[in-house]
Structures are given as structure tokens and as C-alpha cells.
Design a protein around this ligand. Structure first.
Ligand code: SF4
Length: 340
């Protein structure tokens, strides 16, 4: 089965600087585009530098959107299921306070909390921490009957994200899945996540209707978030700027176009799938971003990712060995759609 990652950086490019001499900056580290540079040259009536134009043209090929196609072989799928099974069994037997993996703390959002309260004695009262959402109800259909899956039994039904959390650090799993706590990230620090959610939403709209007015939809989505109190003033004023709305809308469209290259039909979009784990009565569930049929007849799982990092090929390479998509492939091959 084919796995297609489409990675985008939904942030507005920087406008090239006009130097005191009247020429346009040719800084190779500048996060700009060929189009913006040529426009600046036109406005300032400066002859474009061909070498710099070439540099920007090459950079544009991978600085904003990037695609990585990989094949999930039967061996990779089986290995991911084997690892998932073992992790799931460990979750089911988790002690009341699972241990920490201090080697993972460096990049963890809970670092300062775990440092100050290493036994998580007061986890419920930590600053900037709120209760997360309860687990989504899950059910599967067997003929005319609907079977409800018990969500209160830890480890009975897990998602790739839950497995990742357990394998990163059992304490991380405890905080986010057993205690269902979440970090409250405020103001501008939440911008990367908000940009990611808005881009995903824009891609969802495009999948339903490729002719949608995306800039308008993104603007409306930002206003809705603000009205719902999910956006603080400074984050809103940055997101609603015309160039930022345009960046999110344009990146969503480029990501969608890149994802749909060679695709004959979209079979599912963000549908929750569920399967019995082989040789077990436990369950695995997950939501692939999209399931498509390629023009050559192969099925493919599409995963859209957004990032703030500038080196998209490097970001893509990091995802190359992510077992989450191999589990999505297993959910597609062996699972069924879940109901709630
Ligand atoms: S949850 Fe785990 S990885 Fe994260 S800071 Fe705490 S001990 Fe470290």
C-alpha cells in the first residue's frame, strides 16, 4: 500500500528588503519566494539578479510544500502491529503511576511540570493545565447489531497517537490518556497549532468542493474561532492579516494539488477506522487524513502535516519511519469504519 505524506508550511513568506541603495536584498537565507522577489524588483524598477532568481526558484520547489511517497510493505505493517500489540498489553497492565522516561523530557511539553513535581502528586493543580476531552465513544457494526466498545478499560482500544505517547514516556501517556490532562498553550505560542488546524480544515473543504473560495473560508474560520473565545486578541490579529490568510489558503491548495497527483478517486476523508488486533480481543482505531485510489489501482493513505520548520525534506524524512501510518494501512486493510 502507498503512503503519501504531504507537508506544508502555512506561513506567509517574507517580503524582500529594499536596501538603502535602492536595490533589493539577495540574502540567500531570506524566507521569500521567486514571485515576491520579482514583484519587488518590478516595483523598485530594478533588474532581477538571474542567479538569485534561480536560487529562489529551486528553493520554492521544497520550501513551502513537499511530498514524500513511501510503500508500506506487508512486513512493515506486521512489524507495526507487533509493536502496537506489545505496547497495548503494557498499557493494559500499567501501574497506578507509570514510570518516567527522562531521556524524552528534552522535547516534551510537560518538562517544567514533571521537573517540579516528579511524582505527579499535584498534577491536577499544575499551572496552565486543563482537563482534556473525554474519549470519543466508539462502536462497530456487526450486521444489524452495534457493538459499543468500552473506553474506560485502559489499553482495550488504542490509537497510534496513544501508542506513540506510551512508547515515548509512560508518564506522558498517564498525564494525557489516563488523567486526560492537556497543556493550555496561549496566545502567539498557539499559532503553529492554529495554522495547522486551519490548513487541515481548508483541505477538508477543498476535498468536498475544489472550487470553494478558500481565502474567504479561512477568514470566516478565524472569525469563528475568535467568537468562540478560542483565540486571544494578539493571535487573532496576526492570523487575520491578509498575507497570513492568503498563506494558509494557498498552502492548503498546493498541498491538496500535490496530494491528488495521480489519484483517481478519494474514497474516504477523515473517517475513523477500527480493527481487532490480531490474536487478541483488543482494538486499534485511528483516523487517516484521506484514503484514495491511485490511477494504477493501488490504495493509498494520505497524511497531511504542517510544520514551522523550513527544511521540509528533513521533516518528511523524520516521518519516513513513523509506524503510525503503517497502522493506518493496517486499519485500511483489515479494519472497518467505526461508528459512535
Ligand atoms: S511526561 Fe515524560 S517525557 Fe514528558 S517531561 Fe514528563 S517524564 Fe519527561
Amino acid at each position: 500500500m502507498l503512503i503519501r505524506y504531504v507537508i506544508g508550511r502555512p506561513i506567509a513568506p517574507t517580503k524582500p528588503k529594499v536596501l538603502k541603495s535602492g536595490s533589493i536584498s539577495k540574502d540567500v537565507r531570506s524566507d521569500t519566494t521567486e514571485a515576491l522577489y520579482l514583484r519587488a524588483c518590478e516595483v523598485e524598477q530594478v533588474e532581477p539578479d538571474e542567479t538569485y532568481v534561480d536560487h529562489l526558484r529551486q528553493r520554492d520547489l521544497h520550501a513551502w510544500v513537499y511530498r514524500l511517497d513511501i510503500v508500506c510493505t506487508d512486513e512493515l505493517m506486521s512489524a507495526a502491529l507487533y509493536d502496537a500489540q506489545k505496547a497495548q498489553a503494557a498499557i493494559a497492565k500499567a501501574p497506578a503511576l507509570p514510570p518516567r522516561n527522562g531521556w524524552a523530557c528534552q522535547r516534551c511539553r510537560w518538562r517544567s511540570h514533571c521537573e517540579g513535581d516528579p511524582m505527579a502528586t499535584h498534577a491536577g493543580q499544575w499551572l496552565d493545565v486543563a482537563e482534556g476531552r473525554p474519549p470519543t465513544p466508539l462502536a462497530v457494526k456487526h450486521g444489524r447489531n452495534t457493538y459499543r466498545i468500552k473506553r474506560e478499560r485502559l489499553g482495550f482500544v488504542v490509537s497510534p497517537s496513544e501508542l506513540r505517547s506510551w512508547l515515548t514516556c509512560p508518564r506522558l501517556w498517564y498525564l494525557e490518556y489516563a488523567r486526560r490532562l492537556r497543556r493550555v498553550v496561549e496566545s502567539k505560542k498557539a499559532l503553529p497549532r492554529l495554522r495547522g488546524s486551519l490548513t487541515h480544515e481548508a483541505i477538508r473543504l477543498l476535498t468536498k468542493n475544489p472550487n470553494v473560495d478558500l481565502r474567504l473560508e479561512v477568514e470566516l474560520a478565524i472569525k469563528e474561532l475568535a467568537e468562540a473565545g478560542a483565540l486571544e486578541y494578539d493571535a487573532q490579529s496576526e492570523l487575520i492579516a491578509a498575507d497570513q490568510v492568503e498563506a494558509i489558503a494557498d498552502r492548503a491548495r498546493s498541498m491538496f494539488d500535490l496530494a491528488m497527483s495521480g489519484v483517481a478517486e478519494v474514497i474516504e476523508y477523515e473517517q475513523r477506522r477500527i480493527m481487532r488486533m490480531p490474536g487478541s480481543k483488543k482494538w486499534l482505531h485511528g483516523i487517516p487524513d484521506a484514503v484514495v485510489r491511485m490511477e494504477d489501482g493501488r490504495l493509498a493513505v494520505i497524511e497531511y502535516k504542517t510544520t514551522s520548520y523550513k527544511n521540509l525534506p528533513n521533516v518528511a524524512d523524520g516521518y519516513r519511519t513513523d509506524p503510525g501510518v503503517h497502522l493506518y494501512a493496517a486499519l485500511l486493510q483489515h479494519g472497518q469504519l467505526a461508528t459512535s
